[in-house]
Design a protein. Structure first.
Length: 218
């Protein structure tokens, strides 16, 4: 089960914050999308949002947030006042959906933008801006995972010449669970210890060999 940084009750606040923040930064402050994404992702403010700090998720204004972030890089720059137009821009949409995606997947913003540039996400606006956000999330997950490559579990399983069905029968782990780990829909790092042990035993490898980030597990 994924443990998210803050309750879904505050998700709308986070989405509004980032929607207005990205709109202000890209349109009013005329920031380059990919450069601003990088500055934002490595800022202390983005980490506070990732961690669910209520002072940022629900208590910070978009203009204030962006000025704090940009001032750390451009200390002598004077930034324009936010217009916050009635018509919602692509930048507004991208902030809205990214807030949801980050909350839902619990990925760090720097990891998201490292794999998928903000300009690429903006290009998805014409297709997804009138759809439910879950359609966007599904597509972005596919793009993100394609940049990572195959999981260690899949690589080792195929090296042992075992099908998913074979591994499921021998290990006692459900085939669907194996599929979800290999598709990165479920995080194998968060699987129950006995599940990972059974898979590693059949694959004749160490548990750490099939974890994606063993140094980050407890």
């Amino acid at each position: 089960m994924t443990i998210r940084a803050y309750n879904e009750l505050y998700l709308n606040d986070a989405q509004l914050l980032l929607a207005n923040a990205f709109d202000y930064a890209l349109n009013d402050c005329e920031q380059s999308p990919d450069l601003f994404a990088k500055i934002f992702a490595f800022s202390k403010q983005s980490k506070e949002i990732e961690n669910g700090n209520p002072a940022f998720v629900s208590g910070k204004g978009a203009e204030e947030l962006v000025k704090e972030i940009l001032s750390s890089v451009y200390p002598d720059e004077k930034f324009s006042k936010a217009l916050f137009k009635q018509e919602k821009s692509a930048a507004y949409w991208v902030g809205w959906v990214l807030a949801y995606y980050q909350w839902y997947t619990v990925k760090k913003f720097k990891d998201i933008f490292e794999k998928i540039p903000l300009t690429e996400i903006l290009s998805m606006y014409s297709v997804y801006h009138e759809m439910d956000v879950t359609s966007f999330v599904e597509d972005l997950e596919k793009r993100y995972n394609s940049k990572i490559g195959e999981t260690k579990l899949k690589k080792i399983r195929e090296a042992k010449k075992l099908s998913q069905n074979d591994l499921a029968k021998i290990s006692g782990v459900k085939k669907r669970s194996i599929q979800l780990y290999e598709q990165r829909v479920n995080d194998i790092n968060k699987a129950q210890a006995h599940t990972v042990y059974k898979l590693a035993k059949v694959l004749d490898c160490e548990i750490e060999d099939i974890l994606e980030n063993p140094e980050k597990t407890e």
